[in-house]
Design a binder for this molecule. Sequence first.
Ligand code: NI
Length: 143
Amino acid sequence: MIYVTKRVEFSASHRLFNPLFDENKNNEIFDKCNNINGHGHNYVLDVTVAGIPDPETGYVIDLKLLKKIINEELIVYVDHKHLNFDVDFLEGIIPTAEHLAVLFWQKLEIKIKNGKLHKIVIYETANSFVEYYGEPIEIKVYN
Ligand code: NI
């Protein structure tokens, strides 16, 4: 098996809070991430596809195609947006990197026909990142 990865970047803002918690509890749990007007990240997203190279092309998946899928399914919706307000598929979701990974997976998996989506990594900073391998995870929607 070969693992092929495309890295893309996007910039977005978010605020982490639970609408069912009071202000004190939100501050206690989310601290600066609960800043009322949000805060920003330069996110780095790594999308890894696993497969066997096609004997006629040598590709597991053409990285130009993978980039196009990531751009069309995700980046156009999240880049330079406020994740709490601007993105339909994140509505009512606490926009942690963990949750982004699960929802990004759902958007990408159905579009990848060459090879199989294997891993998503989302960096919020160079030293803080989450990895997801597609195990089913239910996400609570607050509305
Ligand atoms: Ni943040």
